[in-house]
Design a protein around this ligand. Structure first.
Ligand code: HEM
Length: 392
């Protein structure tokens, strides 16, 4: 998509699709502005073109991603009381263990599919860990969450299997919540049950069951596939980085701190080829971009993937994968403003730990670029299969 993005930035930064179905913003300043404008641009119909998640009832899925302030902010504040930076940081040793388990199996094989055998496993395990889901249920949940997001190329209807998976996951989390109400523990769900916030009248309120389940579903949708794709995109571009990642592996071999040194690798992958390529907004009140008025009721795509390659922000080499460039404040991969990704810290932590484990254990790796398979998705970019081999 990147040549198309470049053309849009140059020729049609505020683009209207030929059938008038949607608009698209391609420049970094417009996309940033759109992320911040939660008054004229609404999340309440959902944020993806996918018909399962974009409809006038999206809000009722109880995912606060599909709500506007102040309803969104109330839930985000409540969730933030349980889903704290501390809880995430404390999970690091457990993420390290899970990483080690999955990666050891890969090392034994030597040749494997990085998505199937590693990147597709870790994020859902971490979400399950947070929610306190037992080991025996995890494989089933992972399958359901894969079915939930799987789409065939060219098919616009939501597959039956995705709807069934939604119902299945919803049922599972409903039971989990009921169990936690009876037997509270020190997991995130128990913390969410106990979270309270003073309303306008000063009365304390807590989350309803539907709101807690909505958040659990949101974690599966928002935190799972995105992180899987980031891991695999990092490995793919690492392989094609013209020796930059080989340099990282050598440095780690010579004693450099692996966790620290991989941060720039993750950061550049987030910029260069991010998992969430675009998000949708519905225009609540007429809004102007680049001198054109976008009327209330229309839909606007925020092209994150394009904004992240904007030459005006990242310079003339924006189209190059250059690990170590300074982009920490300017990438839009986790959004901006009131809906800024709540799991950004966790996503970085998981990916850093994953890549650091690779850097510590292999001398080199190679991706079979010709055999790599891309996913078909409305807004997610990454691989469904990424065959690779490692030399330990
Ligand atoms: C929101 C990206 C991982 C939880 C968002 C948004 C983006 C994003 C762009 C903003 C949506 C909008 O403005 O409409 C990513 C990427 C990830 C990632 C690229 C991985 C590489 C995670 C993880 C979790 C998570 C691991 C949690 C387990 C959330 C939640 C929201 C969100 C709860 C909604 C926040 C709100 O509406 O206030 N994410 N995310 N994400 N993300 Fe992430």
């Amino acid at each position: 998509p990147y040549p198309t993005y470049a053309r849009l930035r140059r020729e049609a930064p505020v683009y209207r699709s030929a059938d008038g179905d949607f608009w698209a913003l391609a420049r970094h300043d417009d996309v940033s502005e759109a992320f911040r404008d939660n008054v004229r641009l609404s999340n309440s119909w959902g944020v993806s073109m996918d018909p399962l998640s974009y409809n006038e009832n999206a809000e009722y899925a109880m995912s606060f991603l599909a709500m506007d302030d102040p309803r969104h902010l109330r839930l985000r504040k409540l969730v933030s009381k349980g889903f704290t930076p501390r809880r995430v940081s404390e999970l690091a040793p457990r993420i390290q263990e899970l990483t080690h388990q999955h990666w050891s199996r890969c090392l034994e094989m030597g040749e494997f599919d990085f998505v199937h055998d590693f990147a597709g496993l870790l994020p859902m395990d971490v979400v399950s860990e947070l929610l306190g889901v037992g080991q025996s249920d995890r494989a089933h949940l992972r399958t359901q969450s894969d079915l939930l997001i799987h789409r065939e190329e060219g098919v616009t209807d939501v597959p039956e299997a995705a709807i069934r998976a939604y119902v299945e996951l919803h049922g599972f989390y409903t039971e989990l919540l009921a169990d936690r109400r009876k037997n509270p523990g020190d997991d995130l769900v128990s913390a969410l049950i106990g979270a309270e916030l003073a309303g306008d009248d000063g009365e304390l309120t807590a989350m309803t069951d539907q709101e807690i389940i909505g958040f659990m579903m949101l974690m599966v949708v928002a935190g799972n596939e995105t992180t899987t794709k980031l891991l695999a995109n990092s490995v793919f571009w690492g392989h094609r980085s013209g020796g930059q990642v080989a340099g990282i592996l050598d440095a780690v071999g010579a004693g450099a701190d692996a966790l620290e040194i991989v941060e720039d690798w993750v950061q550049e992958t987030l910029r260069y080829d991010t998992s969430t390529q675009m998000l949708l907004r519905r225009v609540a009140r007429d809004v102007e971009y680049g001198g054109r008025t976008i009327p209330a009721g229309d839909r606007v795509l925020l092209l994150i993937g394009s904004a992240n390659r904007d030459e005006d922000v990242f310079g003339p080499d924006a189209d190059q994968y250059r690990i170590g460039r300074d982009s920490s404040r300017t990438i839009l991969s986790f959004g901006l403003g009131t809906h800024f990704c709540l799991g950004a810290h966790l996503a970085r932590l998981e990916t850093n730990i994953g890549l650091a484990e690779i850097a510590r254990t292999v001398k080199s790796f190679e991706v079979d670029v010709a055999a790599a398979e891309r996913v078909h998705s409305v807004n997610v970019r990454g691989f469904a299969a990424l065959p690779m081999k490692v030399i330990a």
